[in-house]
Design a protein around this ligand. Structure first.
Ligand code: F6P
Length: 568
């Protein structure tokens, strides 16, 4: 029986609603003058520093947010997650990505079974396999070492590993350990993505890793069949056993596909796709590229945040603070979006990954008990590395819509550059912007200031900045495998906190199903029309017209075409 209790009916929610009026009377220009307030809005853990003093919040706001957390039973929900309860109720599953990076001797149970030994069995198997491939003791069908890897997967089986790979690519230790190797990702079913991936690669020296939790995802399976064809047409069908391995929870389908089950790396239904980068989904391709020891450091960084999230009091708990502030911005201040702005080119794939983690998790319209929400849950996430974003969409953030921003900065660059005679190093130049932007957003620029600068009167409205635009700053000591793990886990848990407070199920994704099933209907139609000339039927006027146009304009495609692979 669905419970009708929603967090918006609780006293702390109503209290925060009323409190918005107090906050409307404040300006960050003044709030930033209160040093005591600013001091208490800085939290450090394991080298990471969170400064949330540029949020439109006072100490009273924070107290009210902690009460909201209490009202939402946040602590209890976190504990239920860690203890393996089936908190993903619509799929009747535990949510235990924390077990993926737990130390070997930890005990984390799902359905009464400690899952940590299973996790480490797979990690040990990955270590062993990746060392064999990297050392050249595992060779391809023609006896050549496999120096290049294409990981096929989409969504959670792609975005997290891509983010970590991109972040590691320029880390000196990772550069050293990946010399002479390439890792590529094939995600889109668009054949152009196949073309881009295989360009310049030789099947003889390429290992393909098919990554799919379900092993049924249409895009991934078609791409997997395509690369199987690429390998077998060049090296013969028996080469597949040496050149293709898989990561999945569905080992039966892996075997049916033709991949040796010994070369399959398992994970479990208690790992959500978008939370799977610390499973074999990410660990296998990344270990093949960088070696297992580097990837283990990444897992340790994530584990450090897992322990912090589980044990730190809310006032000092980075993921909890991040999550509560997001709820404050979305549900009370009415800001629907969040910009993720890492001042590091190595983090260029962080925002795309967080888009899935956040928007697939919290983009929900009903409570966990199925009650329609009278408030919006989830937020619109987007982002680009600074300073590139500054020359793109920051105009809107400074003078147009209010978008709370996450500024992520790194103390020590992975790749320092100093030029004799320059005022600052290249990294200092980057970081000058990291430090300046939050203040520009918070303080703005008044008409009075502009007048003093003798700005022409007609330009004053255009050059005025309202300020009072919230942001937070996250400073990491460096960007190595460990810090990347910390960053990932901080955001994963932040998003869970938001969902726990909103009272939704952040771990299912029914919203992606409808589009998939309608595509099945279109696929059938395209096949019937192309092979038997059947008329387009069963669609609305718009789709029928578009389909007809598409079919007519591509009628030169033969009904039963021979295999064709990209030729670039
Ligand atoms: O987009 C929907 C989704 O189910 C994601 O949640 C998931 O990460 C992705 O598809 C890929 O799924 P799979 O790993 O099963 O191929």
């Amino acid at each position: 029986m669905a419970s009708k209790t929603l967090i918006c009916d609780a006293e702390p929610w109503k209290d925060l609603k009323a409190h918005v009026e107090d906050i409307k009377k404040t300006h960050l220009r003044d709030l930033m003058n209160d040093q005591e307030r600013c001091q208490s809005m800085m939290v450090e853990f394991d080298g990471m520093l969170l400064d949330y003093s540029r949020q439109r919040a006072t100490l009273a706001t924070m107290d009210k947010l902690y009460k909201l957390a209490e009202g939402a039973s946040l602590k209890n929900k976190i504990n239920r997650m860690y203890s393996g309860e089936h908190i993903n109720s619509t799929e009747n599953r535990s949510v235990l990505h924390v077990a993926l990076r737990a130390p070997r001797d930890a005990v984390i149970c799902s359905d009464g079974k400690n899952v940590v030994p299973d996790v480490w069995n797979v990690l040990d198997k990955i270590k062993d396999f990746s060392e064999k491939v990297r050392s050249g003791s595992w060779v391809g069908a023609t006896g050549k070492p496999l120096k290049d890897v294409i990981a096929i997967g989409i969504g959670g089986s792609f975005l997290g590993p891509l983010f970590v790979h991109t972040a590691l690519q320029t880390d000196p230790e990772a550069v050293e350990s990946s010399k002479g190797r390439q890792l590529r990702f094939l995600a889109n079913v668009d054949p152009i993505d196949v073309a881009r991936n295989i360009t310049g690669l030789n099947p003889e020296t390429t290992l393909v890793v098919v990554v799919s939790k379900t092993f049924t995802t249409a895009e991934t399976m078609l791409n997997a069949r395509t690369l199987r064809e690429w390998i077998s047409s060049a090296l013969g069908p028996s080469a597949v056993a040496k050149h293709m391995v898989a990561v999945s929870t569905n080992l039966t389908l892996v075997e049916k596909f033709g991949i040796d089950p010994n070369n399959a790396f398992a994970f479990w239904d208690w790992v959500g796709g978008r939370y799977s980068v610390c499973s074999a989904v990410g660990v296998l391709p990344l270990s093949l590229q960088y070696g297992f020891p580097t990837v283990e450091k990444f897992l340790k960084g994530a584990s450090s945040i897992d322990q912090h999230f589980q044990s730190a009091p809310f006032e000092k708990n980075i993921p909890v603070l991040l999550g509560l502030l997001s709820v404050w911005n979305v549900s009370f201040l009415g800001y629907p979006a969040r910009a993720i702005l890492p001042y590091s080119q190595a983090l260029e794939k962080f925002a795309p990954h967080i888009q899935q983690v956040s928007m697939e998790s919290n983009g929900k319209g009903v409570s966990i008990d199925g009650v329609p929400l009278p408030y919006e849950a989830g937020e619109i996430d987007f982002g680009e590395p600074g300073t590139n974003g500054q020359h793109s969409f920051y105009q809107l953030i400074h003078q147009g819509r209010v978008i709370p921003c996450d500024f992520i900065g790194i103390v020590k660059s992975q790749q320092p550059v100093y030029l004799k005679g320059e005022v600052v190093s290249n990294h200092d130049e980057l970081m000058s912007n990291f430090f300046a932007q939050p203040d520009a957003l918070a303080y703005g620029k008044t008409a009075e200031q502009l007048l003093k600068e003798n700005v022409a009167e007609h330009l004053i409205p255009h050059k005025t900045f309202s300020g009072n635009r919230p942001s937070l700053s996250l400073l990491l000591p460096s960007l190595n495998a460990y810090n990347i793990g910390q960053l990932l886990a901080s955001y994963e848990h932040r998003i869970a906190v938001e969902g726990f407070v909103w009272g939704i199920n952040s771990f299912d994704q029914w919203g992606v199903e409808l589009g998939k099933s309608l595509a099945t209907q279109v696929r059938k139609q395209l096949h019937a029309s192309r092979t038997k000339g059947e008329p387009v039927e069963g669609f609305n006027f718009s789709t029928t017209t578009l389909l007809k146009k598409y079919l007519e304009a591509s009628s030169d495609i033969p009904a039963d075409p021979p295999t064709l692979l990209p030729r670039i």
